[in-house]
Design a binder for this molecule. Sequence first.
Ligand code: ADP
Ligand code: MG
Length: 233
Amino acid sequence: RAVAELARSRQSEQDGWLAPDAAGGLLGAYGVPLTTGTVVSGVDDALAAADRLGYPVVIKAADPTVVHKTDRGLVRVGLATPESVRGAVAEMLTELGDGPVGHDALLVQPLIAGGGVELAFGVVRDPSFGPLVMVAAGGVAIDVWADRVFLMPPFNRGEASRALRRLRIWPLLAGHRGSAPADVHGLEELLVALGRLSTDVPELAELDLNPVIALPAGTPSSIACVDIKLRLA
Ligand code: ADP
Ligand code: MG
């Protein structure tokens, strides 16, 4: 199944970077908890998608080669009305205007609300060690936190569990001062899934899931990967 997804994915890449739906197909086959999204081309599409997903929505650039969308005003969070969707889409299409975009320029997602902890998960390939799986304190300030742990596959659930507990932000996941604990089991499973993916799919050159929003355990989508960057070699 993953191999079939990979073959399908290859058809929609740009310098190896997969479009959001293709990347989602491959990761979905490994049980990665992705936030649903709809790729759209313009205002009408975006309004239809927002209606279907339910307000508030988030709209962002779908172009996988835009590395820091936020820096260019290409992530709009918490759009609560059709009017705000119209405005955001118009501004973002203007900002994207110079690039080689056109259709499928934007991604509409539901807003993940509830003030979870932003983590980052990733796979990198080291020339001598091979694939390494990373978990970190995430979000746009990931480099400021500089709080990351690497795991060398193959590794099991126990090792994944210890890696999470080595993060400085671990107390926030465990439940800090009365805040509800995150879905730690789900986070461990996500690490194990990425370990499997990294060894099963040697074509996977780079994977960056940032942020992965960790909400309290027991909420319907307690783990939400809202930004996927995936490059095939
Ligand atoms: P980039 O990393 O390219 O700047 P992201 O898609 O990671 O773009 O969005 C930047 C930030 O916006 C995230 O770290 C998160 O705080 C917020 N964000 C993005 N998408 C969502 C979403 N669907 N729900 C809630 N917050 C989001
Ligand atoms: Mg991001």
